[in-house]
Design a protein around this ligand. Structure first.
Ligand code: ADP
Ligand code: MG
Length: 503
């Protein structure tokens, strides 16, 4: 047979029957070199033109199996579908903060599918660890492995043990369960659960401890809200920076700060921030200083306790302003922001002036200090219409050769129902201090009271003196309240501008 007919062939294909027709040619033609060359060129040009469209398929060079080819094509379709799905998802969700996931509609092609669940991603599989010294143990595939063979379930002891070890790392990194090097640790469920419970209890305990520590620090210094207010002041430029604390008392913390600049405002180079403590316990005892003060009476009853504390700061601001206007040496108010009062620093180079109690004064200076205090008390009562109400060697500073009055948040007007009693207490403190210090000119407390107030109470024993004071207070209460209400309308001019919340 010199001529071979190439018959029409039927090829089986997953897409159905394909007829491949081929032209007949003689054996001589088949053996012809020229024809072979021509056929080769034709074939090349065909492949080239298809290479352009199927880049991903060409990546896999194994094209001998129809099944693999089909799967590769399917994978390409799936990939395109997923890309489209992602686009749709993005369009559907837009800028919304709550988004709907289309993940479940994704085509997960068998080629890409892996055995591991999301939980297992973190699982450090030591079987493939190059540093592992032992012979790797192969975890049997899950499921039924055929007749007569064992069934491996997800509850398999080895699989679970390894997974448990890996999970420990997720919630308790502090527990050393092995680093995967030369160690194939398997934790039984019992051990794993016990460890988990222990770690959770420990975490809760340490959180409680931390909280308590935080709380106590905040109480001692300032809480986060106060810190934010302080930060805002620095941010606004009012203060250059805030340095350490000068004093930590029961009711306030005083910080030193370097003054900054704020518009037209003249801010002293050295300032203090008096932060009124927001813990209310200490202030409960002080209600009497404010709730009976006609200036704050109406507001006091309507305020919650936290806001009452702001009133203390406001009260100190108003009182200091009055004193300053009368020429009494005292800190100058810079600004008030909620429960933080910024004022000028009495002292130099961050060293606060000593309290009169601590100042080392010679007898001349002591005498000078006494007469100055006497004059200040008179000015305070007669010009400022105020009674300090906590006047003692603790709230008087010695600076630049003179006495400065501080701490006037509790100061009240003499018309306060207990105003005269407070004045008497002040007089007793002052008289006792200067007498003890050896100032022979220091008046007796009764005389001092009369000199300061301009009253003429005569008595030589305290009970009687106090009884007369209380009678006076009672008698004057109605009359005083009427007069006070009139004066109240003028109090708004006392203070400097309040800092705006957002500044
Ligand atoms: P408290 O109500 O806690 O007694 P004070 O106003 O008396 O508050 O301040 C406590 C301490 O802080 C004072 O004894 C003083 O040493 C210091 N201090 C307060 N204000 C100033 C100031 N303007 N300049 C310097 N030191 C101050
Ligand atoms: Mg004080």
């Amino acid at each position: 047979m010199d001529q071979v007919d190439v018959a029409v062939k039927e090829i089986k294909s997953p897409w159905g029957t394909v007829n491949v027709s081929s032209s007949t040619c003689s054996l001589t033609d088949v053996m012809s070199e020229q024809l072979a060359k021509q056929l080769h060129e034709e074939c090349n040009s065909f492949t080239n033109c298809h290479n352009v469209d199927l880049p991903s398929i060409q990546q896999n060079t194994d094209t001998s199996s129809d099944l693999i080819l089909a799967e590769m094509l399917q994978m390409e379709f799936d990939r395109e579908f997923d890309v489209q799905l992602r686009r749709e998802e993005k369009k559907f969700n837009g800028e919304s903060k709550v988004s709907i996931s289309f993940e479940n509609y994704r085509m997960i092609h068998p080629f890409e599918e892996s055995d591991s669940s999301a939980e297992e991603v973190d699982w450090q599989d030591t079987r493939h660890d190059p540093y592992r010294l032992e012979k790797p143990t192969i975890t049997p595939k899950k499921g039924f492995a055929g007749k007569g063979k064992n069934i491996t379930t997800k509850h398999d002891e080895e699989v679970c043990g390894r997974k448990n070890t890996a999970r420990m790392d997720n919630f308790a990194p502090e527990v050393h369960v092995g680093d995967g090097i030369s160690m194939d640790l398997k934790l039984s469920n019992h051990v794993y659960n016990a460890l988990k419970r222990h770690c959770q209890t420990e975490q809760r305990r340490s959180a409680r401890l931390h909280e308590r520590k935080e709380h106590s620090t905040a109480e001692q210094a300032v809480d986060s809200r106060t810190r934010l207010l302080m930060y805002k002041m620095v941010n606004a430029g009012i203060l250059e920076n805030i340095n350490g604390s000068v004093s930590t008392g029961k009711e306030s913390v005083v910080f030193h700060a370097d003054g900054g600049s704020f518009g037209e405002m003249v801010i002293p180079e050295e300032c203090v921030l008096k932060v009124f403590k927001t813990t209310l316990n200490e202030f409960k005892n002080r209600d009497k200083y404010i709730k009976d003060d006609y200036r704050f009476k109406d507001r006091f009853s309507k305020l919650n306790p936290r806001k009452v504390i702001r009133l203390w700061a406001e009260k100190e601001m108003h009182n200091l302003t009055r004193m300053r206007n009368a020429g009494i040496p005292c800190p100058e108010v810079v600004i008030l922001k909620k429960h933080i009062l910024v004022m000028s620093f009495i002292g130099q180079n961050q060293v606060p002036a000593p309290k009169l109690k601590d100042a080392v004064l010679n007898s001349e200076e002591l005498k000078k200090a006494y007469y100055q205090v006497l004059q200040m008390m008179q000015q305070l009562f007669q010009q400022c219409n105020l009674v300090h109400a906590d006047l003692s060697e603790y709230n008087m500073l010695w600076h630049d050769g003179q006495v400065w009055l501080i701490d006037v948040s509790q100061s009240v007007e003499p018309t306060h129902p207990h105003g005269l009693e407070f004045l008497f207490r002040d007089c007793r403190n002052v008289a006792t201090f200067f007498k003890k210090a050896g100032v022979s000119e220091a008046m007796h407390e009764y005389d001092l009271f009369n000199t300061v107030s301009g009253m003429q109470i005569s008595s030589d024993n305290e009970t009687d003196f106090l009884a007369q004071i209380e009678a006076l207070e009672k008698m004057n209460e109605d009359h005083v309240q009427k007069r006070s209400k009139k004066a109240f309308t003028n109090t708004s001019e006392d203070g400097p501008p309040l800092l705006n919340e957002d500044e």
